[in-house]
Design a protein around this ligand. Structure first.
Ligand SMILES: Cc1cc2nc3c(=O)[nH]c(=O)nc-3n(C[C@H](O)[C@H](O)[C@H](O)COP(=O)(O)OP(=O)(O)OC[C@H]3O[C@@H](n4cnc5c(N)ncnc54)[C@H](O)[C@@H]3O)c2cc1C
Length: 398
């Protein structure tokens, strides 16, 4: 038997930003939403995350959204790049003030926790999706979860199952969607930051092509008016495997100008993050739907992943309450989102090809440094913001 739509109950697997926004929307309409998240608390270090104004506006519509966005989001006032031995203005304060597309820095953990705290949807932590519960015609009617701690299995049934369980999605696997993940040519070492008072509290900093072996760049970003933030180092996976994270971390601490001043705990090796990318061939099936990284994981290039997840959630949150056939819901959802998501994934594809281009390291560094110098001198950076700030929006959302 196919599940009834609109559903009385929705099970969301994974408590990422997309799942939380969807849960908030549906529960506000009286639908019983349960989010099952495998982690019991905060998982790992934070990372720098750019949200765009359109996403900030959508988050503000969540229950308590205004408070949360006020606490966990910081509109950037500028960006400096260290190139040719000195700091250069890459994004100027005046340029950003004149632009409607200024980037907003998010504290990803704070944002998710803040939204959950004021949302009526229920979150059950420490539950890892193991396999689907299927009915007679093979439709997914819920999931079997493994409880952290006890190791016991637990069944949760719902009229609709949504997979927001990230790039390695097990719900996607249960639906039977093929996904060819591609590896991104850089890995990311993420670490917490405490902003030194001698740097403006709302400007991000970038060390571009610093000429250290295995290190393509580094950045630090303020995330809250209180001086907290996060940073990441972009590293070559082969060199990371050969020399280890500690060597690369020490090189940054010793050789990147001003870098060590931002680091909270120099003795703590950053968390390594690998970002595979791709775009799934379908957005759901067998009575289950997917969103966010479960269908289109990307690299951090262009700041798209979380923005896409929120846009997916908004689209799905508008369609699910309308009812109708499951096949129609899925077709409409995919037709609203695929083109925009393809644009966003295209940014990662383009950057990955550029990084794989067979160029000598010195040429590559010259191109990056020359590009930053020109953009900085000509004040062009704000002109480049429109594309990443809107790529993830479907035509009807712009
Ligand atoms: C270093 C870095 C920088 C980034 N920069 C940006 C940026 O600037 N801008 C941007 O928009 N995006 C950025 N992203 C990407 C962004 O963080 C992700 O795209 C976004 O978080 C995806 O959200 P989501 O809703 O798809 O869920 P995810 O964040 O993928 O969350 C999935 C959740 O599912 C849970 N889960 C997984 N498997 C199971 C299971 N079997 N059972 C139960 N729960 C499960 C996980 O624990 C997790 O909480 C960055 C990511 C990284 C790592």
């Amino acid at each position: 038997m196919r599940n009834p739509l609109p559903p009385a109950s929705v099970l969301i697997v994974g408590g990422g930003i997309g799942g939380i926004v969807l849960g908030d929307r549906l529960s506000a309409l009286g639908i019983a939403v349960t989010i099952c998240e495998r982690h019991q608390g905060r998982a790992g270090s934070s990372w720098p995350e750019i949200l765009w104004p359109a996403t900030k506006a959508r988050l503000a519509l969540c229950r308590g959204g205004n408070d949360v966005t006020g606490r966990s989001l910081l509109t950037l006032g500028g960006m400096q790049a260290h190139v040719g031995g000195r700091w250069r203005e890459l994004l100027s304060r005046e340029g950003l003030q004149a632009s409607s597309y200024g980037p907003v820095s998010a504290d990803p953990h704070g944002l998710r926790e803040g939204l959950l705290a004021s949302s009526p949807c229920q979150i059950r932590r420490g539950l890892t999706w193991e396999r689907p519960i299927l009915d007679g015609d093979g439709s997914i009617r819920g999931g079997v979860f493994r409880e952290a701690g006890s190791g016991a299995e637990l069944e949760i049934r719902a009229d609709l199952v949504v997979g927001d369980d990230g790039s390695g999605s097990r719900v996607r696997e249960a639906i039977g969607i093929r996904f060819d993940a591609r590896s991104f040519p850089l890995d990311f070492l993420c670490f917490p930051v405490l902003w030194p008072t001698r740097f403006p509290p709302d400007e991000a900093l970038l060390w571009a092509a610093p000429g250290l072996p295995g290190i393509a760049g580094a950045m630090v970003m303020p995330q809250s008016p209180g001086g907290g933030g996060a940073g990441m180092i972009l590293v070559d996976p082969a060199i990371r495997a050969a020399v280890g994270e500690e060597t690369l971390w020490q090189a940054c601490l010793e050789r990147l100008p001003d870098f060590a001043d931002f680091v909270v705990r120099a003795e703590e090796i950053p968390t390594a993050v690998v970002r595979d990318w791709g775009h799934a061939r379908a957005y759901g099936g067998r009575g289950g739907v997917l969103l966010g990284d479960a269908i289109h994981p990307t690299s951090p290039a262009g700041g798209q992943g979380a923005n896409m997840a929120v846009a997916d959630a908004v689209a799905l949150g508008g369609l699910v309450p309308q009812g109708g056939e499951f096949a129609r819901l899925l077709a409409t959802y995919e037709s609203q989102r695929r083109e925009a998501n393809a644009k966003s994934v295209g940014i990662t594809a383009a950057v990955a090809s550029g990084l794989r281009a067979p160029l000598p390291g010195s040429w590559r560094r010259g191109l990056v440094r020359g590009g930053i110098r020109s953009v900085s001198r000509l004040g062009w950076a704000p002109w480049f913001l429109r594309f990443p700030a809107t790529a993830f929006l479907g035509g009807e959302m712009e």
